[in-house]
Design a protein around this ligand. Structure first.
Ligand SMILES: *[C@@H]1O[C@H](CO)[C@@H](O)[C@H](O)[C@H]1NC(C)=O
Ligand SMILES: *[C@@H]1O[C@H](CO)[C@@H](O)[C@H](O)[C@H]1NC(C)=O
Ligand SMILES: *[C@@H]1O[C@H](CO)[C@@H](O)[C@H](O)[C@H]1NC(C)=O
Ligand SMILES: *[C@@H]1O[C@H](CO)[C@@H](O)[C@H](O)[C@H]1NC(C)=O
Length: 351
């Protein structure tokens, strides 16, 4: 009797181990069979790891997917209170259009082709259909050419990231768990301009904020100024200016201007307000102005919303408005606390 029971339990354990062994076998097969989309010709075969705090720059061809792997096993980060235990994933187009897809915890990598088809005649873009995806940019085309800024709860040590481009593009991707290092443009990136004299424009903006405070502060502000051609039109109000000339991302500003107009050290700002005077503007031309805030820690940079004005020797008022989008395309998993902030400009030109 005793022997039989022992055998029985041994048998059970055996079966258990067998099932465990089998399931891990299945799981390792799963990655190649279930994640077959990772082997598509248009998916880059490598999925490099992106380190915390790193910014990578890549060019990407039309209909291609780049994969990135992010791991954070830092115990100090994981033990932070919920409101600060987050990770920033910031995808900025330098030119063109790129979409960000993020999956937590376990593979597969997100599959952009499950929800985006750009073949003429078969066009389809539906975030709700994106497979293996927990978080996704706005892919319906309305924000093409604008950055995607996710601040996600850091509820998982692993993140699988796909970056997809519907046209030839270049992008930077930054991931940062120490969110307090990241500069956040004051007043949602609003910049105001005032023409002082025929040849001078004064720009003012609110100092960058850091959340939580105390980790870093603003080191300096890069000021960009560029005269626009008459043919430089915006595609729509959400995009500054248009995908082949992006003026509200750090690399877009770098790529579209020879150099910055000037740098304003943060200690020249007073009471959270900063200003600079731009000399030598030409009357009756349109200019685009923008500011990039730089952090004292890690050199992290973030662009303000940008501003276009026509210099016409009259005071021109303009307002930028931010918009906080609701969560887009959560297929499964938690979407708690996810915010997409896209800085953009609602522009009015007077005169
Ligand atoms: C884009 O890539 C996917 C996956 O490789 C492919 O199925 C699709 O036909 C491609 N679309 C175009 C327009 O080339
Ligand atoms: C830009 O807009 C102006 C007026 O809105 C129009 O006259 C001009 O043709 C446009 N240029 C291009 C290149 O679209
Ligand atoms: C665009 O900006 C990126 C990132 O700053 C830089 O690596 C790249 O060389 C620039 N490309 C051009 C054409 O200026
Ligand atoms: C511009 O900044 C300077 C300090 O850099 C300050 O003295 C001045 O009052 C500011 N002007 C405006 C209009 O804010």
């Amino acid at each position: 009797m005793t022997d039989w029971r022992r055998t029985g339990s041994y048998g059970q354990r055996c079966a258990c181990l067998f099932v465990l062994g089998l399931s891990s076998l299945v799981r390792s097969q799963d990655v190649s069979s279930v994640c077959y989309h990772e082997d598509y010709a248009n998916v880059h075969p490598q999925a490099p790891e992106i380190r915390d705090g790193e910014t990578v720059y890549r060019e990407i061809r039309y209909n291609m997917t780049h994969r990135w792997f992010y791991r954070n096993e830092d115990v100090n980060v994981m033990n932070r209170p919920d409101q600060y235990r987050k990770v920033i994933v910031n995808l900025e187009p330098c030119r063109g259009v790129v979409y960000l897809f993020v999956r937590k915890t376990r593979r597969c990598y997100p599959d952009p082709y499950s929800c985006i088809d750009i073949r003429p005649g078969f066009e389809r873009r539906e975030a709700a259909l994106c497979e293996w995806t927990h978080f996704v940019s706005e892919i319906d085309g309305s924000r093409d050419g604008s950055p995607t800024f996710f601040e996600l709860p850091l509820s998982s040590t692993k993140h699988f990231i796909s970056v997809y481009a519907p046209e030839d593009s270049a992008y930077t991707l930054t991931i940062l768990a120490d969110i307090g290092r990241y500069p956040r443009p004051g007043s949602n990136g609003r910049i105001t301009a005032r023409q002082l004299t025929e040849m001078q424009v004064q720009l003012s903006w609110d100092a960058a904020e850091f959340i939580p405070a105390g980790v870093a502060q603003a080191k300096q502000y890069w000021v960009y100024s560029s005269m626009l051609l008459e043919s430089d039109n915006r595609t729509n109000m959400a995009v500054f200016l248009r995908p082949d000339k992006i003026m509200n991302t750090v690399c877009g500003l770098q790529n579209n201007t020879d150099r910055q107009y000037t740098i304003v050290p943060a200690d020249q700002c007073s009471n959270g307000k900063c200003n600079v005077t731009i000399d030598g503007v030409i009357t009756d031309k349109r200019y685009v102005f923008n500011i990039v805030a730089e952090s004292t820690v890690g050199d992290h940079r973030m662009a303000y919303a940008g501003l276009i004005m026509r210099t016409d020797w009259e005071v021109i008022r303009q307002a930028a408005s931010d918009r906080t989008l609701a969560v887009v395309g959560a297929v499964s998993g938690s979407v708690l606390g996810m915010v997409i902030i896209i800085y953009f400009l609602m522009l009015k030109l007077y005169g």
